[in-house]
Ligand binder design. Sequence first.
Ligand code: HEM
Length: 372
Amino acid sequence: MFAPLSAYDIDPVTGFVPSADQPERLPPAFEAWELIAADLPPLIRSRRVRDSLRKLPLLDPLVLTDPAEQERALLILTMFAGAWVWGGTEPDLTIPAPVSVPLRALCAVMDRPPIVHYGGMALRNWKRVDKSLPLSADNVRSAINFLGGVDEEWFFLASMGVELEAAPMLPHLRQAVIAAQEGDDAALTAELEAIADAMEPVMAALARMREWCDPYVFFNRVRLYFTGWPEPGVIYEGVSAEPQVHVGGSAGQSALIQAIDAVVGVDHDGMVTGPYFKLMRRYMPGPHRRFVEDLQQVSRVRQRVEAGGEDLRAAYNRVLRQIDRFRAAHRRMAHDYVSVPSGKASGEKGTGGTDFTDFLDDARRETSRKYV
Ligand code: HEM
């Protein structure tokens, strides 16, 4: 049997996004953080953000016991780290103790990386606008911004919109694995058809990135602050004298596509893709990472399909085609948002640190070679 989705912190309606409104402020003891978080855009613009962060009092985030408050504190501190490193005319690779010490303490208990990552910037960085309406990308604003503006906000919120649209698919991923375990080919065929259908709104949500996030603004203004640490890495003052390298925020850290890959047996074993997809799991919230790992470990879907009849194979191939269509559309997006504004056909890196033209093409090839 496969554990229920609730065991993986997956909401029946909102999927990987938490359904409850996020706290809009930490308790009063953390007011100094909140004041800077609210003013990050003017502080970065005027190059005063490092002065403000350096002067922060050393606060202990471990007094926060509410998981949603811990998430907000982590989001604030990881964004402070990005603002510190990138918020001057040159990068500063030593994050001062008022940021680094509470950040490391929180990361240790939350099992998350000490840098802006998808689990914070896309899954937790929102505030519902009209509380009488449901959670949707059109009914939220982002909670914390670097420079702010509609392009940055929408980059976060459109990513969240993809996750919300994917929510109805997640029970089918689990059910497909169970149907394969039970050897019920009719049920497995139906679950695979449902997964393929559920990819349509996900692709529509991905395309919505283009509505309010302009490629040139994204490339020139937005992405810098969640880019990974440059070599030789960043020193977290008061934590460790050794510089650390962490990759930047990227939807490559989303559990969604990795979960679908895991169910249908798309394995990424390339020299770059193999280690990268594995590394990205370290950046996921623990329960979501375990969901992907458990699906991969127990899924017998592909074995069942290989031995199965025409309908089952057709349904399986349809899912693969949908993943491939998602990856193709996403590949075009990476081209339009990174290659075009950079003026470079190749060699430019993604915020997650890959030489992405080859990387994304390899990920596609590793999908399409799996047709049965
Ligand atoms: C402006 C929008 C986007 C751009 C420019 C972009 C760019 C990239 C790049 C360059 C990578 C390679 C890893 C890296 O170095 O960062 C990547 C990976 C990935 N991105 Fe995006 N991305 C965007 C939006 C999204 C959204 C909204 C999603 C869906 C939630 C998404 C899903 C993925 C996935 C699943 C991967 C891993 C590769 C794969 O599974 O094929 N991306 N993205």
